[in-house]
Design a protein around this ligand. Sequence first.
Ligand SMILES: [Zn+2]
Length: 457
Amino acid sequence: MKKNKCIIPRNWLLGLLLAPVFPVQQVWSLELPIRVSVNFILNASSNRPATGDLNTDAEVNALVQRANEILTENRTEYKFQLLGINEVVGESEFYNLPSGGNNGANRDAIRNAAIADPTTWHWRTDAINMYINGCNLGYSAISDFPPNNNIVFFNQYAYEPLMLHEVGHSVNLLHTHQGGGDGCSDTLPDDQDWTRDQISQNSYGLNYSQLNAAQQALVDNTWENLMSYHDVDNTHIITPQQGDRMSTQTYTDRNWLLTDTPVYIKDGAPSAGANGSWNNPYPTIQAAINAGQVNNRTLVLMASSSHDNPTSVLDANTDLITRRGSSTIDGKMRDYEVGYDLENSTNAALAAAVLLSQNLAREGDAEGSLAAIRKAADLAKGRDRLALLTEIGDRMKAKDEFDEAERFYTLAATESDQPALTARFSKKAQQMKVLKEKKAEKMLLQSQKDPTADEGK
Ligand SMILES: [Zn+2]
């Protein structure tokens, strides 16, 4: 029998199948949404922190965006759906709690308070609830394994892949350096303090440069892994087996965690017992249609590169996407220190400038807030000044003013006596140069496309 095959492009999304001919291939931006809700815990003056990595909506959005880039790059079936950014008022006793160091007791205290007063805390039963406070020392964030995977608690130190790293734990991913292994044979044994060569030496007795390509790929799987502690800013790999663990858990949690219900289809899966779950996928799209399992759901085509065309037509309410094939604590100590809680500084003028900046930000006056924080930077010294310089850099970056962002990151790097801070913000300054060039190219293209752009000059 001649089989009519539909070749599914890797990392592409198939569109709705409206026409009576299969397939209609479209690039469609529909993935399975993982639902997240973000909440800032405010201080006693009802302000967010003045400085840090996670004190603005733009910084929250950057973490969501990075999560989605990594989810797409790894050809998972997911994206984050940010349901909102809210503020928790009148709970300032939680404002300075560190996220780490006490086996999750502070995270659990927040969850208990939130469940007891869901209105104040914007607690949702249909999303992972993320809480951000003003603590800027010690650990970065802590999430929780299933079945308690409904919360992530962040302090102010956040590298861009961190939000997805935490949700990785929520959907049952372990660290690559987990004692006893991470349950995935496509990562190598790891220690959080190892270099890339040490990972190579441990598994193969050779340095990275001496390995063959397949071995190097396995080392990269670990060194650049989302769930590793190595070069955290650049972690981005989710291995196939990690993807399987995610799918297993999200299917279990689908009714509250996902906006759409997935129906898994795996070419060659046994027909007996098939129900579209991750563990018992349908062997064909047609089998899912026959079972009446497709309306208002998302078909996830798994693993194999080709699937039989269905003889029936899918209706417009069905999405089609492709994928490749108890409690814990989390947290990585930041490797440098900056000041925080500056509105309570013993330097009264500094405290006043920071407080003014916070109040103006709350009133929606971003420019005024920035001016006040620049004044605060002039008044501050040492760790406090470093926090303010980096905050100004962050805000300039968010405004696409990459020249100024570069200038302030460079200042922080230069003034710091902490090597890790110098390294981090030198790197950020370099990134600003790249962004500046991209922006200039884009503007040049724009002006070439639009001959009237120079009118009036
Ligand atoms: Zn972790």
